[in-house]
Each structure stands twice: as structure tokens, then as C-alpha cells.
Design a binder for this molecule. Structure first.
Ligand SMILES: [Zn+2]
Length: 119
């Protein structure tokens, strides 16, 4: 385990955040209508481990399906660097787009494929 602090954000730099997480844990590659198009790699982290540093006012929201996840994205560049969601137990979670972390080595990530399309 190597839980570390990482920084990340959108493309234009308005949205910035810090997150404490373990990138050695598998991340989620989902094939649902949203992730399939975006190519998002997700990791769910507790809200306590996530801090939005800037960009609150630049975020706009898109909800679909059961509205469980609040897909926020940057108004400036359109990048969805994270989303607000809920865990199975109803606890608030952050669905982080691992691709948006600074310096993340995508080749080293272990990807767990989730069949969100048929869920
Ligand atoms: Zn942006």
C-alpha cells in the first residue's frame, strides 16, 4: 500500500484538487454510456480525502440515468476531472478521474474492467 497525496485537475487549470489515495489499488475502467465515450478511469475516494483547491465556480453539472453521480465538468475546457457520487452504503464519495492526476503513469495502473453498460 502506498497512500499518497496527489494533485490533479482539469485541462485549462481552473479546477484543481488535492487527493490522498493509493494508486497501487486497481482503478475502474467502465464501459457505461458515459465512461465508454469519455474513456474515464475511475477511483472512488472518501470525500474526506479530497479537497477542491480551486474552480468551484467553473464547475457545471450533468446528471443522467439514476442521477446517482453528479458529473461535474469544467466550463472552460470541458474536462471531467472528478464527480460527486455515492457508495453502496449511501456514503458520499468522490469518483475521481485518475487520468486527471498530475504525473500519473497510466501504464502502471491496474485496471479493473466493470461492465457498467449492462448494469
Ligand atoms: Zn478547465
Amino acid at each position: 500500500m502506498s497512500t499518497e497525496k496527489h494533485s490533479g485537475g482539469c485541462h485549462c487549470g481552473r479546477v484543481r484538487y488535492d487527493v490522498t489515495m493509493d494508486l497501487e489499488k486497481p482503478v475502474i475502467g467502465c464501459n457505461c454510456s458515459m465512461c465508454g465515450k469519455k474513456g474515464t478511469l475511475l477511483a472512488f475516494v472518501p470525500t474526506t480525502e479530497f479537497k477542491l483547491v480551486s474552480g468551484e465556480g467553473s464547475l457545471t453539472s450533468y446528471k443522467f440515468n439514476k442521477h446517482i453521480i453528479d458529473h461535474v465538468f469544467c466550463k472552460g475546457c470541458g474536462i471531467k476531472s472528478f464527480a460527486h457520487g455515492k457508495g453502496r452504503d449511501g456514503a458520499k464519495m468522490i469518483a475521481l478521474n485518475v487520468r486527471c492526476l498530475d504525473g500519473v503513469e497510466l501504464d502502471k495502473l491496474e485496471i479493473k474492467h466493470v461492465d457498467g453498460a449492462s448494469a
